[in-house]
Structure formats: structure tokens, C-alpha cells
Ligand binder design. Sequence first.
Ligand SMILES: [Zn+2]
Length: 237
Amino acid sequence: MSTATATATAVRPEPMLGESTTAPGLVIAPDAVYGHYTGLWRVVHVVSGLHIYAPLPLTYAREYAVLLARSDVDWARDAAQLAQDGRASGAARTALRQVREAARAHRPAVLDAPSVYPVPPLYYLTGDPDRRYRTWSEVVQAAEQYHRTSYWPQVADEQVAREDRPSWGMRCAALFCNPGGGSAVLRDWAASLPCLYRSRKALLVEARLADWTRLDEQHWLCPDCADSYRDPRHADL
Ligand SMILES: [Zn+2]
């Protein structure tokens, strides 16, 4: 290795460790004071390592980064360029105000798609119309299972049929409901299958019974998210 190469390698900065965001140039990293994690998180400008305003609880830090990503500011530029761009500081302040207002109201600063979603007409077996299936393969599997396990003679006119209109399901409107994969959906009492109703009104009644929280006409929170947003510390942000 030449001296020049060795020197270049030695001074290369450590990569910024953090959770990636939808804003190129920004990550989310733990907040620390004198090397100790404070329980909060910061949106960090990767190029400079500078923090963007205040530390926040993790969910709000993630939502703050989403708002910054939507601001049409190029956060991947160096710190000096960002400092000269009034739009950048304006966007950061506006987004932080949105996050703080949401925190005081114990609700998300950013919402996902509407919670009530349509499901194409469901399939069922005419001999067992109360059990309904979302896909052709599911109803075929059920028919096969029924055929193999039933002790009763098969009904002569057993058929696969399909409803004539869509059903409705509900999913959580928190953008970071389940970062590991997919938002929570309203499930039946055994938590095994999504609750699907032909009546939107019946779906909303079931959601209330299952402790889902209505935010507005379109958006509901699953019980876990509603709990996390009710954290009393959020009122102090
Ligand atoms: Zn949720």
C-alpha cells in the first residue's frame, strides 16, 4: 500500500450509523448526552453529522423525517449549502411545529392511507356460507380440506360461490404502526383472520368494540399505536 493510499484510508470518516429515512441525506440516530442514550432520537444530517433540531421519541423522529422528505429540499447537500438555503430551515421548523402539535394532541403527525379499505367480493362454499374466503385458492383449499376431513356425506349441490359486492376491512393509519412489516389490521376474536364486513357501519362498530381509536372520518389507530401516542411525555415536546 502506498503512503498516499494509507493516509486516505486513515482519514476516511466513519459512516454515519442510523436508520435510513425516505429523505436521502438524513438518518435517525439515538440521542446521547455525555455518551448516554437519553431514550430519544434525532434526525441527523449524514454529511455533517449535525442534528436537525430537537430530539424526539422514535415514532415522532420517523414522522419528522417523513415530513422533511416531503419538503422538496435536497438534504444530501453539505451543511454550508443547507445553511444558506432558507427553504431548508423553514421546512425543518414547519415540520417540527407539525410534530409538536401532533404530540400535544396524542396523534400521528403523518397519516397513512385511509383505514377502511375495500376487499373484492369474497368466495364461499354454498354449504357453509358463513365462512368466506378472499381468494380462489383459499376457497379451493377449504373445499379440499372439507372433503378430506368431513364425516358427513357431501351435499350434492355444494358449490363455490362469490358475493355480489365488496367487503370492507380496517387497517391502522399510523405510518410506522409495524415497521417490521405491514400495518395492523382489525382481526376477528381469535386474531387469526382480518375482520371483513359487507357493511361499513358494522365494521366501524366492531372497530370500537376492539378498542380501535377513531382519529377522523378516514383514519383509525390500532390499540397498540393509540397507546403509544397517549404517552404523557409527548405533551412536553
Ligand atoms: Zn397501529
